[in-house]
Design a protein around this ligand. Structure first.
Ligand code: HAM
Length: 423
């Protein structure tokens, strides 16, 4: 390859997932598959690109996600589109567009997919990340569904052996109770205006709740003494949150009340949550209730709740916790071929083994017997099949036990049955 081409790099904050890392990802997918089947979530896939205004309207124009982090662009036809920064808005759009309300109340959906946010890259924060999300749309506005979105996420993290999990919870109330809280918050920040960042100075008037999820150090200090929303919840939101607390107590999951948890998107109301593991600064998962979103995007008033976790962060946590890398399935059989005729026959032989459910490995590019035997050893195969020129000509093959070195020549027609008898 010429130097010019080899100097290409992946875009900043976006990473390749190389074969060596794939077993971690497969572990996550397996856990997700088991949990979604067990808890009856149906899979949905939505486009990676949506109308930019979908995200502006649902996540909020003055949120960091929309204001600073969205990959927005104009298509050749002049449509204003954006790479999805998260999955909930697209799922709700699909729910309304396809009339999914008729599928059942509530409808339990899940998705796995790539999200894009133009963030400052650092550990656990990327510009392209993969998220697994769960949404429960419709049914009653019952806190039991808040719990039902947390359970599969928690069980998946637990199943992946991530220890010392802690669920941070809060209620951000409804429009009514939030408005009196916002005034209190504005008052408090107006008194501390000189110590907050430039964006927060603006947020005080534009979107005061966003003051609480600013990541700047100075603003984090000011947040420590800010008024708590819990004191301002209306009776109905208080009752809802109490109901949720009863469910989480009943399930015995570890939780902590965090009165400053507001999450970075405007669509949330009532319950919000984030899941952390000891020793990691970043949240592994997050979510909450979004009862106003379906209606805001043009559907009927429909309660909804959901949450999602970031797969990259989970892989990082699993590695940092020194969890054992999931072992690769070893091939039972390694096919060695020497000479042109043997090579020609080898692809059919491999297919016959695959059809019989036996995993075969091979190194068709190597010529010498010793190099191929070394490769068979390295892969941990139990049996090697040696197909030399003589064997290929006579329609036979040598079966070699890799442990004892014992060899036997068998007719090619019977090799699958012979190998199956031995393993
Ligand atoms: P979120 O908290 O923004 O929520 O993202 C969910 C999870 O995705 C985070 O907890 C984190 O693990 C991962 N994540 C987010 N941004 C990044 C990033 N830049 N790099 C790596 N991982 C990241 C949502 O997106 C909501 N849609 C969740 C939800 C579903 N709420 C209701 N339903």
């Amino acid at each position: 390859m010429s130097k010019k081409y080899s100097s290409f790099q992946s875009p900043k904050g976006m990473h390749d997932i190389l074969p060596a890392d794939q077993p971690w990802w497969e572990r996550i997918r397996k856990e997700v598959k088991e949990a979604t089947e067990a808890y009856n979530f149906l899979r949905i896939d939505t486009p990676i690109v949506e109308d930019a205004s979908l995200f502006k309207r649902s996540i909020g124009e003055t949120t960091d996600v929309v204001e600073k982090e969205m990959y927005a662009f104009e298509s050749r036809g002049g449509d204003k589109l954006a790479l999805r920064p998260e999955g909930t808005a697209g799922v709700v759009r699909a729910y309304i567009q396809n009339g999914l309300a008729h599928l059942g109340q509530p409808l339990k959906l899940y998705y796995e997919g790539t999200m894009f946010r133009y963030e400052r890259p650092q550990a656990g924060r990327y510009r392209q990340h993969n998220q697994v999300g769960f949404e429960i749309i419709g049914g009653e506005n019952d806190p039991i569904y808040d719990m039902q979105t947390i359970i599969p996420i928690y069980r998946i993290l637990e199943g992946l052996k991530i220890k010392n999990l802690n669920i941070q919870i809060n209620s951000v109330g409804c429009k009514e109770c939030r408005s009196s809280y916002k005034k209190k918050l504005q008052n408090y920040y107006k008194h501390n205006l000189k110590d907050v960042c430039k964006d927060c100075k603006r947020r005080v008037n534009e979107n005061p709740l966003r003051l609480l999820d600013c990541k700047e150090l100075g603003c984090l200090e000011i947040k420590k003494k800010a008024p708590s929303i819990i004191d301002d919840l209306c009776d109905s939101c208080r009752k809802h949150f109490k109901g949720f607390l009863e469910y989480i107590e009943e399930m015995g999951l570890p939780y902590q009340l965090n009165p400053y948890l507001v999450r970075g998107m405007d669509y949330y109301n009532r319950t919000v949550f984030e899941i952390y593991a000891d020793g990691f600064d970043f949240a592994l998962a997050g979510g909450g209730r979004y009862d106003g979103l379906v209606e805001m995007l043009g559907g009927r008033s429909t309660p909804a709740v959901g949450g999602g976790f970031g797969a990259e962060r989970i892989v990082e946590a699993m590695k940092a916790l020194n969890l054992n890398m999931p072992s690769k399935l070893k091939p039972k059989v390694f096919l060695i071929n020497i000479g042109e005729l043997a090579k020609k026959k080898s692809l059919n032989i491999i297919d016959e083994f695959i059809a019989a459910g036996v995993k075969v490995s091979e190194s068709l590019g190597k010529n010498s017997l010793s190099a191929q035997l070394r490769a068979a050893d390295k892969e941990g195969a139990e049996q090697a099949l040696i197909l030399g020129q003589k064997e290929a000509f006579k329609e036979s093959v040598i079966i070699r036990d890799m442990k004892s070195g014992a060899q036997e020549t068998v007719p090619l027609q019977k090799v699958v049955a012979e190998v199956k008898r031995r393993i």
